[in-house]
Design a protein around this ligand. Structure first.
Ligand code: GLU
Length: 548
């Protein structure tokens, strides 16, 4: 067949050539070794942890190498598109410090390699579709849905492999007259790739995460353009990643089975393929077995889950680093105060089989992350969270910023900072007693203490308390109260012979703690009293005395 005739019959409107495209989108002028990668999500409106894992991997590889990251919106499936999805995506990723250097923006494009929305690139795909037809590597197929279903049914009956290939590829070798007759009738058609591969053959391939692989060649005449002229993912992937000069494609390993087809396409189109990194899925333990995180069953798959649950961005980010790079935790232990960007991310440290997602571990990471934050930072982050999710807390904190920061500073900054918070929802129950309108006695004194002892301890403490005392003097005074009551002020002596005493100085502290904070557990009492101030400490002790 004269492929020229066919090419002009199918694409009379296409006058541009692949050379024109090469000129329009020249090789990027970047230093040797610079990684150019992209995120290429479909605008479904659902941003999930997998997007973040992929984005983070690409982002680190690009920005650590002096390259660039761009965003391409894969909107070829109009049915799945949700309005506002691009904005949700860009904002969702920005929240986690993934910023694009180029690509689709909320309402347009930024960069010289666009358009970055695939439906706006149809003209470009058609240049290459025409080229493949000219080369005899693509042809129109006029099969109806029914005919394709019939082929499938016959393959099933014959126990043959499924798909449009070999003898089943009924339009592969039709004459120009037959094709023209259908075109004249206006019969809808798709454009198919003419595969010369065979499933008898294997191809060798090196994936940067999965390592050396042997894959079966593709023998299917896959669709390149759908009947509306819009490309399939595969065809658009080859054309776009070539013209946008992508050096590394980072994507989920669900694309591995179609990789042989993609490599065929790159070859037929005369493009050098990019390097590939196929990321294994995120899994979780379900009872005894592992399974992939599922949109339907696992709310934690959605990125929105983490913000609403009160996880700081940095916690999720560092947790994902822990999951993605096996040496991250050791690095963090050795560099507790370093900026996370100082960590050298490497795809070589990624697990080819995928990663186990574990919320308990995320909470642990988060406790460490928060414990290293300054009180000011915690204050700012809690306020930002509370503004959206707990207005009452927001109002309390912002009405008294210095007071709130002093509370949040307790136990912070030293070698062994307190690890009280995993999520911002832990903050309110931790500090509510500092606010008089929230304060209430929630714990009661253990039954084994005589009320008269508690009462005496509180009264004696009151008589000597001076907020100007430093913490040593403050504690010495409590010890003195213990001695006066016949409680042990020396814990060692108490442990050796507990029955010789009515209790210990720890119990005296507890008497004060319950009166002042309303509970048996609280942050350091010296700091608590300093922050509350003498009047409130006295008032709370008086209120407790009145009940005894
Ligand atoms: N649109 C594809 C997806 O969302 C992109 C895969 C790729 O990164 O190439 O799965």
């Amino acid at each position: 067949m004269d492929t020229n005739v066919l090419a002009n019959l199918l694409f009379p409107h296409v006058t541009l050539t692949p050379e024109d495209m090469e000129q329009r989108f020249p090789t990027r002028n970047l230093p040797e070794g610079a990684v150019i990668s992209r995120m290429a999500p479909s605008p479904t409106g659902f941003v999930h942890l997998g997007n973040l894992v992929q984005g983070l991997t690409s982002e680190r590889m690009c920005h650590q190498s002096g390259g660039l990251l761009f965003l391409r919106v894969e909107d070829t499936d109009a049915k799945r598109e949700v309005p506002g999805a691009v904005q949700t995506l860009i904002e969702g990723l920005r929240h986690y410090n993934i910023n694009f250097d180029e690509g689709a923006t909320i309402d347009g494009d930024a960069g010289n390699y666009g358009p970055y929305r695939q439906r706006q690139r149809v003209e470009i795909y058609h240049v290459y579709a025409k080229q493949l037809v000219l080369q005899g590597e693509a042809y129109p197929c006029f099969c109806t849905e029914e005919e394709l279903a019939d082929i499938h049914a016959r393959q099933e009956a014959e126990k043959a492999n499924f798909g449009y290939f070999g003898k089943w590829a009924v339009w592969r070798d039709r004459s120009i007259e037959e094709i023209k007759a259908e075109l004249d009738k206006g019969t809808p058609y798709v454009l198919r790739f003419r595969s010369t591969g065979s499933i008898e053959n294997k191809i060798k391939f090196t994936d940067l995460i999965k390592g050396n692989l042997e894959l079966t060649e593709n023998d299917i005449d896959h669709v390149l353009l759908k009947s509306d002229g819009i490309p399939t993912y595969h065809f658009a992937h080859a054309v776009d990643d070539h013209l946008m000069r992508t050096t590394h494609v980072v994507r989920g390993d669900e694309w591995l089975p179609t990789l042989p087809f993609h490599l065929q396409l790159f070859r037929s189109l005369g493009f050098k393929p990019p390097k590939y990194l196929h990321i294994g899925p995120l899994m979780k333990m379900d009872g005894e077995s592992k399974r992939k995180l599922s949109k339907r069953k696992d709310p934690e798959l959605a990125l929105t889950y983490y913000r609403a649950a009160g996880f700081p961005v940095q916690s999720v980010y560092e947790y994902l680093m822990t999951v993605l790079n096996s040496n991250f935790e050791d690095w963090r232990r050795a560099n507790p105060d370093a900026d996370v960007d100082a960590f050298k991310f490497s795809h070589k440290k990624m697990n080819p089989a995928g990663s186990l997602f574990d919320e308990a571990k995320l909470r642990d990471v988060s406790k460490n992350v928060i414990s290293r934050m300054s009180a000011d930072r915690v204050y700012d982050e809690v306020c930002a969270f509370a503004k959206d999710y707990d207005l009452d807390l927001y109002r309390h904190l912002t009405a008294a910023p210095d007071y709130s920061k002093a509370i949040l500073a307790i136990g912070r900054g030293g070698k062994k900072p307190r690890k009280d918070f995993a999520v911002w929802t832990d903050v309110k129950p931790y500090l509510d007693f500092f606010f008089d309108d929230w304060f209430q006695i929630t714990d009661t004194y253990p039954e084994n203490f005589a009320k008269s002892d508690i009462k005496a301890a509180l009264e004696k403490f009151k008589a000597t308390y001076d907020p100007a005392d430093d913490s040593n003097l403050w504690f010495d005074k409590i010890k003195a109260v213990a001695d006066e009551l016949g409680f042990a002020s020396d814990m060692k002596a108490y442990r050796e012979n507990p029955t010789a005493f009515g209790g210990s100085v720890a119990d005296v502290s507890m008497f004060l703690r319950v009166a002042v904070t309303g509970r048996l557990n609280s942050p350091d009492m010296y700091a608590v009293m300093q922050i509350l101030g003498k009047d409130r400490v006295m008032a709370r002790i008086d209120a407790m005395l009145a009940t005894l």
